[in-house]
Ligand binder design. Structure first.
Ligand SMILES: [Zn+2]
Length: 98
């Protein structure tokens, strides 16, 4: 990808902000997990396996330019996100809260 489009990797502070966005909306709308359909306890924090994580509706691997589109984000349990084989949705940056 050398298109020169600004599309930073899914990492760092932006991921933290994306997670806060999804959690805020999910809590307000009482959204269940987008993968298993079970409720999410939005009070749990990473890395609790039942905590909220950012699931990409369109996978980043196929739609990298949708990575930072809030319309492409949905809440899911961290463990569901991981077991769905979309670990890239989590981003390594989730572990590095700054
Ligand atoms: Zn789930």
């Amino acid at each position: 990808m050398t298109a020169g489009v600004s599309n930073p990797a899914w990492s760092g502070r932006r991921v933290t902000e994306a997670l806060e966005f999804v959690k805020r909306l999910g809590r307000k709308l009482k959204q269940p997990c987008s993968l298993c359909g079970q409720p999410i306890n939005y009070d749990l924090e990473y890395p609790d396996p039942d905590s909220c994580s950012v699931q990409h509706v369109k996978p980043q691997s196929l739609f990298p330019l949708s990575r930072w589109d809030p319309n492409n984000w949905a809440p899911s349990h961290l463990q569901c996100n991981q077991s769905a084989g979309t670990a890239d949705s989590l981003g390594l940056g989730v572990t590095s809260f700054e």
